[in-house]
Design a protein around this ligand. Structure first.
Ligand code: CTP
Ligand code: MG
Length: 169
């Protein structure tokens, strides 16, 4: 997959259900750019799935968002971000610091997401994967909310470079 250039000093929200490839995508950028609720839940409780730690994880994430955006450093939000109120919070923080906000939409078919989820160490319950997949917004919705650019993973996968690589296999 090709990765898009992200705006300097801006926020990039990854939007996709569990297992859609968000963390795999984030790993292509510098590690310090990434904020991730799963990581902070694990640091607080030894379990990234322990939802009782979501409030403290969100506080840590907000601190890092402010620390980085106030310095015009890139930040990549590696959470599902499928709920509109969660995206609104991210957009508000970017707006407060007058930084651009873009989204990467993981418009991956449910069958692919289910297969990727099943084939890894941390398997998220199927009903949660399906619920999150149903909640996925489309690109128009993300534009309307205020994201200045929306990159579709389906298109990133189909870029000429990806096709060239596929042809050489
Ligand atoms: N994966 C894959 N091909 C891709 C993207 C991801 O095979 N193009 C695989 C990864 O290797 C991993 C699984 O799919 O085993 C889930 O990817 P991950 O990046 O962990 O998904 P997330 O969206 O980060 O899931 P979560 O929200 O649960 O953290
Ligand atoms: Mg992840």
């Amino acid at each position: 997959m090709d990765v898009p250039d992200l705006p300097d000093g801006g926020l990039c929200a990854l939007v996709g259900p569990p297992g859609s490839g968000k963390s795999t995508f984030a790993a292509r950028y510098p590690d310090s750019w990434r904020v991730c609720l799963d990581v902070y839940r694990r640091l607080a409780t030894d379990s990234e799935a322990d939802q009782s730690a979501t409030p403290v994880a969100a506080e840590i994430q907000d601190l890092l968002l402010d620390a980085r955006l106030s310095r015009a450093l890139n930040v990549l939000v590696d959470s599902t971000n499928v709920f509109p109120h969660v995206r609104a919070g991210l957009l508000a923080r970017a707006r407060y610091w007058q930084r651009p906000a873009v989204a990467v939409l993981f418009d991956v078919p449910l069958s692919t997401v289910e297969a990727q989820n099943a084939d890894r160490d941390r398997v998220v319950p199927l009903h949660i994967v399906r619920e999150h997949h149903q909640l996925l917004p489309d690109a128009d919705q993300l534009h309307r909310e205020g994201f200045t650019a929306v990159h579709l993973v389906s298109e990133l996968l189909a870029t000429p470079a990806a096709l060239r690589r596929a042809a050489h296999r």
